[in-house]
Ligand binder design. Sequence first.
Ligand code: GBH
Length: 500
Amino acid sequence: MNFQETCMLILLIASNFVSLQSLNTKQFPANFMFGAATAAHQIEGGWKEDGKGENIWDRIAHSTNAIHNHENADIACDSYHKYKDDVAMLKYLSVDHYRFSIAWSRILPTGFSNHVNEAGVNYYKKLIKALQSNGIKPMVTIFHWDTPQTFENIGGWTNEMIIDRYVDYSRVLFETFGGDVKYWLTFNEPKQICQEGYGAGIKAPGIMSHGFGEYLCAHNVIKAHAKVWHMYNKEFRNKQQGQVGITIDSMWMEPETNSEVDILAAERKMQFTFGWYANPIINGDYPAVMKEFIGRRSILQGYNKSRLPAFTTDEIRYIKGTIDYLGINQYTAMLVRHINDTDKTEISWEADSETFEYQPDYWEATVSDWLKVTPWGMRKQLNWIRATYGDIPQIITENGYPDNGTVSLDERRINYLKQYLSGIRDALDDGVKIIGYTVWSLMDNYEWYRGYSERFGLYRVDFTNPERTRTPKLSAEYFKNVSSTKCIVYVSECIDEVVK
Ligand code: GBH
């Protein structure tokens, strides 16, 4: 060890010691599930193998300059061929569940259910079987951003025709895999699908339609979710005994000051991000504050009605309560400030909320410019969800820490995981019903517009090696310890206390 490394080590030990003081070291309940997550497009590769159809991420990577370094997911981690290695890694990590997604266009190449691709079906059958024979529960995301290109050609999620196509696709999944899958998630992060995909244009399909596209998209996504939940409830639940949820993400919105306007602004921003989807699905309609703000601005801007579409009374009744459990992706927080927007001319989702958010420089940075280390936000968010929506079972479906593939930031990743898990353990003490935690990600993978430049894996993947060699990082060893002992520190330091 050289001088620099010695200093680093002392620093790390010191910082761990400091944070240990505030860590919640109680053991997690015996039935608390620990798992790891991935998504089809980010790991599978085999982008046109065995009849798979093209999706919007294939299209955008192959035909535009949008993606970092022109990188695509044609091979990615090659999990289409190496799923057995993936399962072996999960086994090594001793996880209870594996959250992965199914690629719509691998099962239905054009998106329509007229032709089911047997090879695609077999791939997931083999994966699920391998998981089960290793005692790992599959948790399946039905849609993690990879819209079949056929549908995008006619407007994708902004065209309501997609609702029934998505229901048809989900039916194929329930019929084919529903005997073996007990945890379903209809959508991953609808806010990113809609706001980033069709509002700001910073995710595929890259449509910039501020203030309209994202609201139209969300309307269809919410209806599609509700329809699939009802279908499962009516036709599959008795026989399959599974649960259907949705994964919603948001950053924790912390008021910048204690002023009443900032406190209201932070709450409003939670409603504009998390509540946008959670409120309809749990309570039937968009948050009142969204209806009020978007409605008022639209009229001031000269429109004859709100840019936010309205659900009918029947729709509200139909959408309300379509959830068995709630998935939450939580990585980071923001400070929120009220903006006194007097002219109200700007047309966008951001402007509609009349807030301004930022992350101060003194928060610990990571290689992702949107992600700062704010473990305190986890506990606050979980409590906020309970206070806002009641005792619905929650599971963390993503949380993780990036490196850039060249420097080892594993000590930082371990520290991040430990602190966030401590926040979750605090929330359990607060009485929030949390059933599990899923780390993002099992392995380094295709990080959307950022290509392979940001890597969240517990396993390092060598993307220059045709074998896509996987090597455990130190954090894999750490997480293995957590999931096998249900304890975030060494088991000898863990306090054995049953949650009330
Ligand atoms: C998750 O999204 C995704 O579900 C997952 O697929 C992904 O790999 C993982 O996070 C890690 O990023 O700075 O304006 O470009 C997390 C939510 C990711 C939302 C980053 C905002 C950046 C917006 N966020 N995104 S911007």
